[in-house]
Design a protein around this ligand. Structure first.
Ligand SMILES: *Cc1c(COP(=O)(O)O)cnc(C)c1O
Length: 387
């Protein structure tokens, strides 16, 4: 099956057997527990809904199929998925190597909880250079954590090269947060990563009305350990949200194509504006890692950032003047969103760290929605007159 077909059929086959209802869409199984006839035999394998739930199982199968993975697990949020992964792999005294330009919440989880509370060391490196990742690995390293492209500076790292270098050290797991590209444009497991993580809140659900997270992997032993944590720590995704994301993934391919088309058109428009100093989008030839973007991804996604030729106040006036771009955190929904990372999504990153990675106070991030591009461009044009 091709991607678009898997996105509709994987995990959601109508039950046409005797007693089956033939539902074309997977029902939402709300029961918390499952009755059995005999003490020793759970009915259809289900015992208690934290452990296994039919709607959640369907989504896990769907997401695994989309990432070309053998296994999938879903959690209450993207950070819930990361917490469950870190609890599974890490303990006191272990070491993690991570990209220095991570999603702010991931960085906070690593530093404020796993480092401060559980003494897990984290080295943040510029993973655009694979050698810097390799050089930071030591005998205590258990995890290399990557995001590509990063948020909001859209820096890329070479998953294949880093996985090869990291796997020279037995026992090091390479994880990739694939939220920005979605499996439609990038499949890290095919490039050598061991585990892929998603905030399903973003493109996979795609409609800004559900919070969730996922982990996909091929290794059955790693899967068994994570499945144990999913049940033992309990950060599961609800049946309702599982249904929402199953529904969202059916249109992932068509949405991603439109997100990308709009993002590219907006990036080209912004490049021509005299009040714009810099546009960052992996699909522009001006992106310093354009060649890697073309090699590693099958598209460039719907996220872009730019710097206005103005101070923070001018940037605030610009984003507040827009009509169709909602001024909001998050991304990946059908509606266009805009935000100022330094004061919103990345406010938890210390100012000196923001300066180090190149995140200017006036940087503006756009999540291009799938509205008509003419309306979006017209909206941006009128906002330029308000700076
Ligand atoms: C949103 C996001 C997360 C966190 O996911 P939640 O669902 O909000 O917990 C992690 N990584 C990236 C890249 C994100 O955009």
């Amino acid at each position: 099956m091709k991607f678009e077909t898997r996105a509709i059929h994987a995990g959601e086959k109508p039950n046409l057997k005797e007693g089956g209802s033939g539902d074309v869409a997977k029902p939402i199984h709300l029961a918390s527990t499952y009755a059995r006839e005999k003490v020793d035999v759970p009915t259809a394998g289900y015992e208690y809904s934290r452990t296994d739930n039919p709607t959640r199982d369907a989504l896990q199968e769907r997401l695994a199929a989309l990432e070309n993975a053998r296994h999938g697990l879903v959690f209450a949020s993207g950070l819930g998925a990361e917490t469950s992964l870190f609890l599974t792999l890490l303990q006191n005294g272990d070491h993690v190597v991570a990209f220095d330009d991570l999603y702010g919440g991931t960085r906070r989880l690593m530093t404020r909880i796993f480092n401060e509370r559980f003494q897990v060391d984290v080295s943040f490196v510029d993973a655009r250079d694979a050698q810097q990742v390799a050089a930071a690995i030591n005998e205590r390293t258990k995890l290399v954590w990557l995001e590509t492209p990063t948020n909001p500076l859209l820096k890329l790292c070479d998953i294949k090269a880093i996985a090869e270098l990291a796997h020279r050290h037995p026992g090091v797991v390479v994880g990739v947060d694939n939220t920005f590209m979605s499996p439609y444009f990038q499949r890290p497991l095919d490039l050598g990563a061991d585990i892929v993580m998603h905030s399903t809140t973003k493109y996979l659900n795609g409609h800004s009305d559900s919070v969730g997270g996922a982990l996909m992997m091929n290794d059955s032993d790693l899967y068994a350990r994570l499945k144990f944590t999913q049940n033992a720590a309990g950060a599961i995704l609800s049946p309702f949200d599982s249904y929402m994301i199953l529904r969202g993934t059916k249109t992932l391919a068509v949405r991603m194509r439109q997100h990308q088309e709009n993002a590219l058109a907006i990036a080209r428009f912004l490049e021509k504006q005299s009040r714009v100093n810099r546009v960052i989008y992996p699909g522009l030839a001006s992106h310093p890692q354009y060649a890697l973007a073309c090699a590693q991804m099958s598209g460039f996604g719907g996220m872009l950032s730019f710097e206005l030729d103005s101070d923070v106040e001018g940037a605030k006036r610009f984003v507040e003047a827009l009509h169709y771009f909602a001024l909001a955190e998050s991304l990946g929904g059908v509606e266009s969103l805009i935000e100022l990372p330094a004061v919103m999504t990345h406010a938890s990153v210390p100012p000196e760290e923001r300066r180090k990675i190149g995140l200017a106070d006036g940087l503006i991030r756009i999540s291009a929605g799938i509205e008509h591009i003419d309306d979006l461009i017209e909206d941006l044009e009128q906002a330029f007159s308000k700076i």
